[in-house]
Ligand binder design. Structure first.
Ligand code: PBG
Length: 335
């Protein structure tokens, strides 16, 4: 008996478009580009060597000198934007984050140095008080220990203004206070800084994925700061409509771009926000997302580069126009 192999009667065979690398590249819908990527960087006072952050392999706390060198390299590798976060010595922290307004604050020095060395690199400065407060919260506390909205907005406005004056191209309030975008826009305009942009952390969730970042900036002054409860201002992970409401408000208040954060566990939010606003949408692949990929690959359980690249592609596919990621520098050299 002859083995008659009958072909299935199919007009549509999806695999034809997957047959070779060349055809696959023709039909690929989402491609990551270097200029989609924003590199977050940490800076601290002093002139020492870069300090490793244990929970974020490959990420360091720079001195102003090494930060500036790193920015030159990033620019050569095609990165167009960075986000700078300060790590402040605990002796300079207090309950109201007064060091945020000290002209000697290392962040302002870092911004000036990077702007001078690499004027073409866009500098994004994070506007929040948590690097400067002893309790690690993003604002000023009221008598009950809750973050007080309006006095915090006033402090944020002054911080944003100082960052812009130091040379930040974009200020990025990450605090989730109500009304801060409007207050910052008005303050910048009144100071003649109409060209300074605002990237609003519009939908920032109260997430466990920020743990390693809190190690990196030595947030607060105790071990407990890793588990700080920020649910009184950051969003509930169960909410979607509220994210759109936040985006609408930040847009009305004058935001130039809006952000969703974290990214990987919030792809549905990125997608929804992309459909909801005409503004550019940023997504922040946060420290915990980065740490997860490193940890699993160290255990030999995931392929590092493949997982890294897939995680970024997914964020772009969900609708992000730009991605803040600790992988930016290394991915830039492989794109
Ligand atoms: C603080 C801030 C945080 C991050 C960016 N800005 C931490 C927090 O809200 O507790 C997290 C970034 C990351 O995890 O990579 N305003």
């Amino acid at each position: 008996m002859s083995e008659q192999r009958t072909a299935l009667d199919l007009l549509r065979r999806m695999r034809r478009n997957r047959a070779t690398p060349a055809v696959r590249s023709l039909v690929r819908e989402t491609v990551l580009k270097v200029d989609d990527l924003i590199q977050p960087l940490f800076v601290r006072a002093g002139d020492g060597k870069p300090e490793e952050v244990d929970s974020m392999p490959g990420v360091v706390r720079h001195s102003v000198t090494t930060l500036t060198e790193e920015c030159r390299k990033l620019e050569q590798n095609g990165i167009r934007a960075i986000a700078i976060f300060p790590c402040i010595e605990s002796s300079r922290k207090d309950g109201v984050g007064s060091h945020a307004h000290d002209p000697g604050n290392i962040l302002f020095e870092a911004i000036r140095s990077v702007k001078t060395a690499t004027p073409g690199l866009a500098i994004i400065a994070d506007v929040a008080l948590d690097p400067y407060t002893s309790h690690g919260h993003d604002g000023l506390l009221d008598a009950r220990g809750d973050v007080e909205n309006d006095s915090t907005v006033d402090a944020l406005k002054r911080l944003a203004l100082a960052q812009a004056e130091a040379g930040a191209d974009i200020v990025a309030p990450s605090d989730m206070m109500d009304g801060r975008v409007k207050a910052i826009r008005l303050a910048l305009d009144a100071a003649g800084l109409q060209q300074t942009g605002i990237l609003a952390y519009a939908a920032k969730y109260a997430s466990a994925y920020y743990g390693p970042f809190r190690d990196a900036v030595k947030s607060g002054s105790g071990q407990s700061s890793r588990k700080l409860d920020k649910r009184g201002y950051q969003m509930d992970p169960g909410n979607v409509r509220e994210a759109l409401h936040e985006v609408t408000l930040d847009e009305e208040e004058g935001a130039d771009m809006v952000m969703v954060k974290p990214a990987g566990a919030y792809l549905d939010i990125i997608r929804a926000v992309r459909g909801h606003t005409l503004l550019p949408v940023a997504a922040y692949q946060v420290s915990g997302e980065y740490a997860q990929i490193h940890a699993a690959s160290r255990l030999g359980w995931l392929d590092y580069e493949a997982t890294r690249d897939e995680s970024l592609l997914a964020i772009k596919r969900a609708g992000a126009d730009m991605i803040l990621t600790y992988f930016a520098a290394e991915v830039a050299t492989s794109l």
